[in-house]
Design a protein around this ligand. Structure first.
Ligand SMILES: Cc1cc2nc3c(=O)[nH]c(=O)nc-3n(C[C@H](O)[C@H](O)[C@H](O)COP(=O)(O)OP(=O)(O)OC[C@H]3O[C@@H](n4cnc5c(N)ncnc54)[C@H](O)[C@@H]3O)c2cc1C
Length: 188
């Protein structure tokens, strides 16, 4: 069974990742990315699959040194450096192959596998709103989720926050809704 899955911010793969890697010791998966989250997730996946292909667009990693050392020494890892994913191929059953492109000489080749886990970061869709943001476009809020503009509140993944998961987004939503209600009531 093959699946697409997104990054999680913990050491454990999200439920869809667990499903993807369910029990098959023959499974081969790819992890795309070279940061801490990518390599930590790859180390987790390596416990339950036959091989983890690490695909990274540069020739060195950004992950912490200790994580890099564990990854580089792992017997079940295969590294594809200076490579980017051009296409994910598959059918309704899931992922079957990746088409990779070399960032140095532009050559291409395909890799047969059963799943791919992408850890290349996220980009918030916040360009439509004119409030203070960080360098990546995440909206800055105070503890009550008020933005730099009075009466505009932000909740969930789009704001500056240390954790982007369902639980935190739901909590933000509840708080932002109550704060918005208080704001409206304060207007009289
Ligand atoms: C594949 C995947 C797997 C995940 N697995 C897990 C997991 O196992 N556990 C976990 O805790 N978290 C998981 N997450 C993270 C979790 O989904 C997010 O943290 C959570 O959905 C954030 O909720 P949100 O409401 O802030 O943003 P979103 O869920 O992204 O919702 C934002 C909504 O705003 C809409 N929108 C965007 N721009 C505009 C606009 N200009 N106008 C109007 N509407 C707009 C979008 O269409 C969307 O409906 C996963 C995420 C993905 C993508």
């Amino acid at each position: 069974m093959a699946h697409l899955a997104r990054p999680t911010s913990s050491d454990e793969a999200c439920p869809s990742a667990r499903h993807a890697t369910d029990s098959s010791s023959r499974t081969e998966v790819a992890v795309v990315g070279g940061g801490d989250a990518a390599l930590k997730e790859a180390l987790f996946l390596a416990k339950i699959v036959k091989k983890v292909h690490i695909i990274h667009r540069r020739d060195r990693f950004r992950a912490e040194k200790v994580t890099q050392e564990k990854a580089l020494a792992h017997p079940n890892f295969e590294f594809h450096l200076n490579k980017v994913v051009e296409e994910i191929k598959g059918d309704f059953m899931g992922v079957q192959r990746l088409r990779l492109k070399d960032t140095v000489d532009s050559s291409e080749h395909e890799l047969a596998l059963d799943g791919v886990f992408v850890f290349v970061g996220i980009s918030p869709n916040t360009s439509f709103i004119d409030v203070d943001k960080d360098d990546y476009g995440f909206i800055k809020t105070d503890q009550l989720l008020q933005t730099s503009v009075e009466g505009i509140f932000a909740a969930g993944d789009c704001r500056v926050t240390p954790l982007r998961q369902v639980a935190t987004a739901v909590g933000d939503g509840a708080l932002a809704a109550v704060m918005a209600q208080h704001y409206i009531e304060s207007l009289g």
